[in-house]
Design a binder for this molecule. Structure first.
Ligand code: ADP
Ligand code: MG
Length: 306
């Protein structure tokens, strides 16, 4: 196979092309302002002096996987239009292995929120801690290895690399793993092949994206997102481009992988099935959290509905 060289091979609009940005140099969060003391129990600490104990608390006392504090994203104005605040003071915590679905009208800031939580974009204000690691404390290399090691992404428009086969696309994150965790080539091939059969594509491993249906491409995207066994998987409207039946299969797959691997899922979706099967739904409106709902569910709902 040719080695994956994502830079330059991934194209698309800058704003939505998270994958392209993921693989390109980007500066860090440097504007994380003071910890706002969001949690009562943290009021006992001076967080800036005590972030070490804060991290221990986060790791050992709670099972908190994502903490977003006062996340705010503003875009500067231009001659034609004024400045735009697309996300405003978002506070959110997500537990380990939790499934959270983010809902909201188009333009309410869902994709922006996902990009900030995943460290793909830098917030204007506020900060994010992922599994006890404060993103603003990491430089670009640090964030890139955190993403490569611990995060997975599923994109609405799949974002597969067109010049690579399905198998090679799934191999990309494995090649980006830090040295200590990198698999040898045979083991990487085995894992990628196993993931593709897990998503029902064992007979399509040599196909290029253009030779796959939308549903199949999305399944390759899911196999790729799980390749590095991420702690957190971010999915932006993963079923948005799929027909009902395929969307249902993709949802089952996400939840199965969540159960099997305890992966925390943060999913932006209007899909009723996904939100009914989530643990919580976060409703965004005009860049603010309008409400957060705990999803009532029976034991039967928790099982895959196939
Ligand atoms: P959603 O995913 O909920 O549809 P987005 O997070 O993509 O919403 O966008 C929220 C708002 O931010 C939109 O009005 C969008 O036009 C605006 N926006 C997003 N990125 C930029 C940018 N780079 N510059 C200016 N405005 C932006
Ligand atoms: Mg969006």
């Amino acid at each position: 196979m040719h080695r994956a060289r994502p830079r330059g091979t991934v194209q698309g609009r800058e704003r939505d092309t998270h994958l392209a940005r993921e693989f390109s140099p980007e500066s860090g969060f440097d504007n994380f302002s003071d910890y706002p003391g969001y949690f009562d129990y943290f009021d006992y600490f001076d967080y800036s002096l005590d972030s070490f104990f804060g991290s221990c608390f986060n790791l050992f006392v709670t099972s908190r996987m994502i903490v977003a504090r006062n996340l705010t994203q503003r875009y500067p104005g231009t001659l034609e239009r004024g400045p735009l605040t697309v996300l405003s003071g978002v506070d959110l915590h997500i537990e380990r292995a939790e499934v959270v679905v983010v809902l909201g009208p188009s333009g309410s800031g869902k994709t922006t929120l996902l990009g900030l939580l995943a460290g793909l974009d830098r917030p204007t204000e506020g900060g994010v801690t992922l599994d006890g690691v404060e993103l603003s404390q990491l430089d670009e290399n640090g964030r890139a290895s955190l993403r490569a090691e611990s995060l997975g992404f599923v994109f609405q428009n799949f974002q597969l690399i067109p010049t690579l086969t399905a198998l090679e696309n799934v191999l990309v994150p494995l090649e980006l793993l830090p040295k200590g965790r990198r698999l040898d080539s045979a083991a990487a091939q085995r894992r990628a092949t196993e993931l593709l059969s897990r998503v029902g594509l064992e007979s399509r491993t040599g196909h290029y994206p253009a030779e796959l249906s939308g549903g199949e491409q999305q399944r390759v995207g899911i196999a790729r997102a799980f390749a590095n066994e991420p702690k957190i998987l971010f999915a932006d409207e993963p079923t948005g481009n799929l027909d009902r039946e395929t969307g249902h299969e993709v949802a089952d797959l996400l939840f199965a992988l969540n159960r099997e691997r305890d992966t925390t899922l943060v999913i932006v979706s209007h899909d009723l099935e996904l939100s009914q099967r989530a643990g919580r739904t976060v409703h965004l409106n005009a860049g603010r959290i309008e409400r957060i709902e705990q999803v009532e569910r029976t034991e039967r709902d928790k099982q895959p509905s196939t």
